[in-house]
Design a protein around this ligand. Sequence first.
Ligand code: SAH
Length: 365
Amino acid sequence: MVKEVGLTNLKNLYSDELEAFLANLGAERFRAAQLVEWLYGRGIQSFSEMTNLPVALRSRLAEVAFISRLKKLAEAKGEDGTIKYLFALEDGQAIETVRMKYRYGHAVCVSTQVGCRMACRFCASTIGGLIRNLEPAEMLDQVLAVNGELAPLGQRVGRVVLMGSGEPLDNYEAVLRFIRLLNLARGLNIGYRHITLSTSGVAPGIIRLAGEGLPITLAVSLHAPNNELRDYLMPINRRYPLEELLPACHDYADRTGRRVTFEYTLIRGVNDSPREARELVRLLSGHLAHVNLIPLNPVKEREFQPTSPEGVRRFARLLGEGGIPATIRRELGGDIDAACGQLRRKVLAEARLGDLKDATDAEPK
Ligand code: SAH
């Protein structure tokens, strides 16, 4: 990040920190609210555009701070309205962001790390390991970039899911800051109830999150009803096995009063038999839980295949008969490699072949 060495990315700061930062520059406190409006509301890209700030403050800010931005490298549009973006960060690393339509508006699926170190066997994000954590501003920039795309339609993002590449609870501090910044009234103003955090099962992180007092939705990627199978699919389970993970999830539900969503990706012949459905019923019975069944998105580098649609329905029926509420996730973006990390891998592979075209006139408008 050559040009930003020593410069402060203002989108990493809470309002009171921004006030202190401005006070250090000799500016009044109320300037912080103006800055927040420029940074989040209007998505501007330079201090010179902040026309209600004194010129001297604008040039002082340009000396000590910078406004980060993402550069659009590629995008893929699905038939269902899902759009997957590949964005370049200031240091040239690439991340994926997915925009999805739901009945009442637009949701954004945000990446929290470049790459991932969880090593789930079916996932593309983790193939090259973890490159680095994202900063809060880099997560906010994903939402801001999508807002920029929606602005000409007079629309904006209403929901955020932390389900892109990376393990949010492996980047805890930055992710929590991001979530709180999303909620800034003069900023993006996204309600906590419209935010979902998905984890591979970092049990201590779940317990810590339960204590934050934020009514966000917790989703846990379960994918297996017993340790043997989960150890095989998700190495994190060897660290935090089910007898540790599930109490943490139940604790989250008890302390927040919010139902935990368990995600279960159905993989043909691996975790989709009636035996596993019954085991899952036994595992979750008696708790405030809900299962979201997701047909696997096949990943080129991985050997797994998705369960058939009939198989998915049968699995859902068995859960329902066992008293576990289950839904089948509409396969958003199945036609555009929307599963974690797939577009990034594809574009990086193409770039190595030398034919990466800048799919842009790049900047988020
Ligand atoms: N690290 C977090 C969030 C990112 S992954 C987590 O594990 O929850 C978001 C979801 O996509 C997880 O449930 C993950 O297991 C799932 N996923 C990853 N690769 C997939 C694939 N090829 N097909 C279907 N779901 C996949």
